[in-house]
Structure formats: C-alpha cells, structure tokens
Ligand binder design. Sequence first.
Ligand code: ADP
Length: 369
Amino acid sequence: MTPTTAGKVLEALKAVIDPARGADVVSLGMVSGLSIQGGVVSFSLEVVPQEARDKEGLRAASAAAVSRLPGVTKVNAVLTASAAAPAPRGPAPAAGGHQVAKTDIPGIRSILAVASGKGGVGKSTTAVNLALGLAAEGWQVGLLDADVYGPSIPRMLGLEGQRADAEERTLLPKEVFGLRAMSMGFLVPPDTAMVWRGPMVTSALQQMLRTVRWGTLDVLVIDFPPGTGDAHLTLAQTVPITGAVIVSTPQDIALIDARRGVQMFNKVSIPVLGIIENMSYFLCPHCSERSEIFGHGGARAEAERTGAPFLGEVPLDVRIRETSDAGTPIVHAEPNGPQAQVYRELARKVAAGLEASLAKGSGPIITVE
Ligand code: ADP
C-alpha cells in the first residue's frame, strides 16, 4: 500500500478539536516533529506540563484519527512539554545574557543537589535517606524530585498516585516523615506519554523551586535527573546550589560517569561536597558478613583523583531496597539499625559541607538568559 503523506496526516489531525480551546490541534500549532517512515507515523503534541493530564485524551484522539488513514500501520503520538510554562514567581531575572550573583530563594537557606552520572546507581534512594538523615539532625528539610524522566520519590515516600494540592496558585509540598516533598510525579501521572525537552526541564524545575510553598528550610535536597549532558549543565547553572554530592556504584563504568559529574559541577563553580559509593559491599542479612562483590573502594580512589572528598560507602542491602519499595525509607523505618546509621553519618558530613560552603559564600554563577 502506498504510504501516507504529511498533507494527509495534517488533514486528519485538523478534525481533532481541543475542546478546551475550541479549535483543532493543527490550527492551534500543537503538532510538531511529524515524521513518516513507511507506514509508521510519529508526531508530538506540544503542551505545558501542568496540562498533560487533561491532554491525554486529545493525544489518544489524534493517534486514532491518523491510524485510520490508509497506509498507516503504526502511530507514535506523544505529548511534549515544550511550550512556555507560566512565569515563575520570584525575583525578576536580570536583563541580557550576563552573569549575576547567586539568586536567593526566600526561606531556603541552602540547596543540596544529589546527582549521578547515570541512572540506576541508587541516587534517589540516597537522596531520600540523606534528607531523612538531615531531618534527624534537626534540620528543616525539603525534598524536590527533579528526576522528571522517572520520578521515583513518590513511590519511595509511600505517596504514589497522589496529586499535588494547590492553594491560591501555589503548590503545597507533601508533609511526610518530617520532610516537605514535591515531585513532578505529583503533577504529571506516571503513565503519561511525555517527552521532556531540555529547556522545559529547567523551567519546570524553576517553577517547582519558586512556586511551591516550601516555607522555611535549612536545606532543600534536590534529586537531580541522572546524567551529565548539556541539559544537566543548564540545570546546575540555573539553580542556586550550595553543594552537590555524586552517587556512584563501585564499577569502573559508573565511576567514569561519576567523574563527569564532578567535572560538570566544577565547571559551574558548584562545590562538590563529595562522592558516595553506593552498593559498595554486600552485607549478608543472616551472618552480617561483608562481601565485596564489585571490588569496592573504586569511588574512594576516584574521589582522590578528582579532588572531591570521599563521603562514605553504603552497603548493598536488601532492607534498603525493601523499605524503599514499601514507601518507608530505611532511615525512617529502622532509625536505630546499622543502615540508618550509615546514612546519618553521611548526612552529618553533608551538613558540615553545606555549612562550610555557606560560610565561604561560594555558590554557582548563574547565567540568566
Ligand atoms: P537511581 O535513582 O540512581 O535510578 P534508585 O535509587 O531508584 O536509583 O535505586 C535503584 C534500585 O536499587 C531501587 O530498587 C533501590 O531500592 C535499589 N537500591 C538503591 N540503593 C540500594 C542499596 N544500597 N542496597 C540495595 N538496594 C538498593
């Protein structure tokens, strides 16, 4: 069968009306990235992230309209968050592309970025348990899940499927285990087919930073999206981070990525408070014997090479995973257990690092576009 054409696809999409705005998706300029390869048609519908939930029906209707065209065997239709989000509140940005000093967010004393060179190393688990460890030190702690690609903080805090509450156009963080938490997972349902463009991640994060009613915080812990690409660099540049920790597993491959993480923060003058080696050794739940499965100690050596402090090691431990999956992280679930002690010790070092960084007045140089 002859493949369809862009003209026919757009014609079909002109019949799909966005009921909220009373016009079709083509006239509204929502369709982008149209590609036709044989019988496979792919396109995006551009939305603002807050509307993703409401636009899911529109996406499905668009896909259905195109799939009815002769010659079409498969349709990939995704929602893309790339339209401008409502302007964040807060200080007006300086004009021009010049560098300005650190931006202060009222009420938030320090910001800790928990980052990793790649996914799956236990960054979110570490972020949550560090946040709880800092709270156990008496700090008022916020937790911001900026891992928009796979927000896992709602699950780890037992808040999966919950939506964010708003009051007078301000988002309210969830109060849980003594923390104030916010995640893109509370705004966009996890099953939404959504593609994030770099600038949109930055703008969504800015919004969560500035329009969430955080109140007074000693520290806002940000679970950074994994990776060290350009989008991450921009994020690091546009958020006033007081210090960063890099989470890595001991394997060489992960360590190479961890080094890139250190370099990324160095590039934008954000102090790296240290590297944490996660899943460092296996702690047998039966006999408490340590087995060094991956040849532990790689992160310490890597930290020495990069000049970043080595903060400590967290064992590969089944209770850490189980409590995380169950929505009651180990520092909350078993505060007197050996695993919680590991995180609390790390939290004390992080707290000291943040204080030192604040005292020095060191902070990122922020470029305002
Ligand atoms: P990331 O944020 O780097 O993608 P996660 O924190 O989501 O990684 O962790 C990935 C998986 O590994 C999760 O199932 C988590 O429970 C598990 N995990 C993380 N750290 C540990 C650990 N120290 N011991 C056992 N399991 C862990």
